[in-house]
Design a protein around this ligand. Structure first.
Ligand code: NAP
Length: 241
């Protein structure tokens, strides 16, 4: 039996991942922050695929809410998977204009949230499992003029992946990351540039932004048995960026 937690599973890459994993036979605990209707729609699709699931409002920056999300997953069975996906950017702009509150929010959700969720998963995967951290191609590009602090935190995600892979390997837990480039989701509107994906197409070698399901496919691979000898890897899904 496969029980997987997907954080930020209500929209974007997380929603596509939840749908794809349900089709691949996973039961799912879907975490989200505030978009109840979007989470309910994903959960309905999980049920339509014949899998069990729960949608749990859980802010990943809050240890108590994270524990509640993993408790809800435990009601489905022993935990075997975690997709650490819930993430935020902040308004696109020059580094000198970055506001401390936006910096703290990016660190809180994208780093502290990932660590809290990975810790819960590591404690609960008593018979082994797999964790996939959603990083970003920004980690190696640096995102100048956009959000350098976000890129730096995504680089921390890659390091977290490498360290966790080594520490958890003896427990039968594989840890990998995906590093998406520019993917068509709401995240860009929330950064103040809704058409960022269209605008970026010209500088992406494959000539277009990616779709959430193209990232979900890689996540499903890294969670599944076909990647049984892969741990500590960061798989770039960026159209060549
Ligand atoms: P998105 O469409 O904005 O969706 C973000 C998801 O995260 C939503 O489900 C949201 O929940 C949830 N979320 C945000 N903050 C949360 C918190 N504190 N606690 C719990 N859930 C929270 O974003 P996306 O584009 O799919 O991004 C998903 C991941 O991919 C992020 O880690 C992002 O950094 C990474 N990424 C994205 C791109 C891209 O171009 N889209 C590229 C590289 C990496 P609500 O719906 O309830 O708000």
């Amino acid at each position: 039996m496969t029980v997987t937690v997907v954080t930020g599973g209500s929209r974007g890459i997380g929603a596509a991942t939840a749908r794809r994993l349900a089709a691949a036979g996973h039961d799912l605990a879907i975490g989200y922050r505030r978009d109840h209707d979007a989470a309910a729609a994903v959960l309905a699709d999980v049920h339509a695929a014949g899998r069990r699931g729960v949608a749990v409002p859980a802010d990943t920056t809050d240890p108590a809410q994270v524990a509640r999300l993993f408790d809800a997953a435990a009601d489905l069975g022993a935990l075997t998977g975690l997709v650490n996906n819930a993430g935020v950017t902040s308004p696109i702009g020059p580094f000198t204009e970055l506001r401390p509150d936006d910096l703290r929010a990016v660190v809180d959700v994208n780093l502290i949230g990932y660590v809290l969720c990975a810790q819960q998963a590591a404690r609960r995967m008593s018979h082994g499992g797999a964790i996939v951290n959603v990083s970003s191609a920004a980690a190696t590009l640096g995102s100048p003029g956009e959000y350098i602090h976000y890129a730096a935190v995504k680089a921390a995600t890659d390091t977290l992946t490498v360290g966790l892979a080594k520490e958890l390997a003896p427990h039968g837990i594989r840890v990998n990351a995906v590093a998406p480039g520019i993917i068509r989701t709401d995240i860009h509107a929330r950064s103040g540039v809704p058409d960022r994906a269209e605008r970026a197409a010209g500088r992406i070698p494959l000539g277009r932004a990616g779709e959430p399901d193209e990232v979900a496919a890689a996540i499903a691979f890294l969670l599944g048995g076909d990647s049984s000898y892969t741990t500590g890897a960061v798989l770039r899904i960026s159209g060549g960026l």
